[in-house]
Design a protein around this ligand. Structure first.
Ligand code: GDP
Length: 250
């Protein structure tokens, strides 16, 4: 395995650990904050921001809703003109949010006209290259389709910040319930090969099979995102956020 690239391969759906339960409790707290169509309309924030990106129909909205345990927090817009917004969600205690989730426009609609495609490129490239608070990216890839040209283009935008460790990357191979075990492993290997290109000693890149339907990978993903936001330097983090948020064990 390439250094810095971890594969979280959980083909079984196990009972979540205490850490995973705490992490799921944290992702369940996600609530809508604001929406913006341009980078300069997003609020400046010191909170670590985790962006969810992926091709239209890759399962991004379903994954966010599953993580948040809410039916319609994120919803897929079937109208191409309405796919360009960035929606922000707050996560953590109501009175002291400790992270933001950003739902970015899906891409790859065949029917979208050229102007909308160019606009998508501009919004995404700017956000991924310049958003100061961007802390991690969750990239949704349909496990049956693998990486497309647009997914690779997106990787090229984040590669400089991922390779220095400034931005973490977790790829979710979605709809894994549609693959048998062997095809799941092949999908994982193919993704690892693509992601190895971003791997350096500093990079935090991982990939997992994921199914919103069967919950495969769900506790791991919650734990990974929770973990990202817990390891910030004490100077930039309130002390309370460094205390493990495990619920009392019965
Ligand atoms: P988005 O465009 O990336 O937001 O994609 P959606 O979340 O709307 O999902 C696209 C389609 O894939 C919908 O029909 C979902 O029901 C389906 N889907 C999403 N996640 C899963 C999954 O884990 N398993 C299966 N079998 N279907 C899924």
């Amino acid at each position: 395995m390439t250094s810095g690239l971890q594969a979280r391969s959980t083909s079984r759906v196990e009972a979540p650990s205490a850490a995973a339960k705490a992490a799921l409790g944290w992702t369940h707290s996600a609530r809508f904050l604001t929406t913006a169509s341009r980078l300069d309309q997003l609020p400046a924030t010191e909170l670590p921001e985790i962006a969810f990106v992926g091709r239209s129909n890759a399962g991004k909205s379903t994954a966010i809703n599953r993580l948040a345990q809410q039916k319609r927090l994120a919803f897929a817009s079937r109208t191409p003109g309405r796919t360009q917004h960035i929606n922000l969600f707050e996560v953590g205690p109501k009175d002291a949010p400790d992270a933001l989730f950003a739902d970015l426009p899906g891409y790859g609609y065949a029917a979208v006209e050229r102007a909308a495609k160019l606009r998508w490129q501009e919004v995404m490239a700017q956000y991924l290259e310049l958003r100061r608070s961007l802390y991690g990216v969750v990239l949704m890839i349909d496990s049956r389709l693998g990486f497309t040209d647009l997914d690779r283009q997106l990787l090229s935008w984040i590669a400089p910040r991922v390779s220095t460790g400034q931005v973490r990357l977790l790829a979710l191979l979605t709809k894994a319930d549609k693959l048998n075990k062997r095809d799941g492993q092949l999908s994982l290997q193919a993704a690892q090969q693509v992601l190895a290109e971003l791997s350096t000693d500093e990079a935090d890149v991982s990939v997992t099979l994921f199914s919103a339907l069967s919950r495969q990978g769900l506790p791991d993903v919650a734990e990974a995102l929770h973990g990202w936001t817990r390891v910030r330097t004490p100077a930039s983090t309130p002390a309370s956020a460094l205390v493990p948020a495990d619920p009392p064990t019965p």
